[in-house]
Design a protein around this ligand. Sequence first.
Ligand code: HEM
Length: 347
Amino acid sequence: MTGATADPSLLERFPFPFVDDRYRYSTNVEPAGHGLQTVAGLWGDTVVDVDSEYRSELAERAVVLADDPSRHAVLPHMRQAAWDAMFTLMRELATAYPDSMRLTRCPDGSWRWENDILGVTQDFVYGDDTTLPAEPLGFICGQVQEDVVLLDQRNEQMFADAGVVTFAADWSFGFDVGMSFLEIHGPVPRVRREGVITRAHEFIKRLQPHAPYRRTNWTMTIGRRLDVSTERYPDWGPDREMIQHVDDETFGRMVHLRVEVQHLIRLADSGAVMFLIRTYMLPLDQVVTVEPWRRRTADVLAELPSDIADYKGIIKYRDRAAAWLEARKPSEIIAAQDDSMIAYLRG
Ligand code: HEM
């Protein structure tokens, strides 16, 4: 678990996911790389996002990987894609954070990567594994907060054949690696009937280089716990029961709205598709500080169909979360309602 969200920029850059008072699964993709204004600030102006949690989240990733190497896999045919992904992420970092990250070409044709935040300087020859201290995808995933999945395209299908995923929301990368996009989404309720996943699959197959797209997904997590993978279920699963019995103050502090900003990028050199998953969490007691977010989240949770709430793993506490948010109406709204009620009672 990482530190608290005391830093106000985490609220300002929070990618609030709800565009309506009602949520349903959809193929909600849009072109990436431009900032989106929210009532609290802005997010999405860069493809990779470095924030004040950078060091602590990367330290947490290192611990997860040391404990469980199955979170990192590169099937043999994905070696070129792993180099392509590393290079693309370095370019994105250098473009977004030129004061602290640089990728420069040396006169002999090799490259120099510099990451001042972590104190990394690395010279390498593109495609030569012996010039890096680690496998290329593993090397760069030690320097981005995003989880990464690389998809290979063959026989008109996409396959999740490589990745570093340490912050999975209730799924297992080790189990899914090598599976097709359609197989991976098999357990998601509704989506087959509604065509969401087949449309998404067709869309991903047509992605072009230099035209990244993004979407958001959301769920809720108890505690600021990034690694809620299937493998760690014994650690976090019981929290879903425990949270039903805590007092209101603890409930607002512990229950987090968890949002993933997911980028889809066709890699130009290898033709693989890079899927980035960047996870953000905001406790409900901070969600309520932005009144439109409080109201909308309460409405979405109250209306959410049970099969979706069940799949997201929030069925046991979503009614309380909706009621908790609803009860925190700003006092002037409550006062206005009280006034109109008094007027009504007086006739
Ligand atoms: C436009 C693209 C995509 C769409 C519309 C989409 C849609 C969805 C939806 C609706 C869910 C259920 C989420 C929930 O209930 O919280 C889901 C889960 C998931 N998606 Fe996607 N997805 C897309 C891309 C991808 C890609 C590229 C991957 C990479 C392999 C991926 C991997 C997963 C995984 C692992 C899960 C969890 C499945 C489980 O519970 O085992 N998705 N996706």
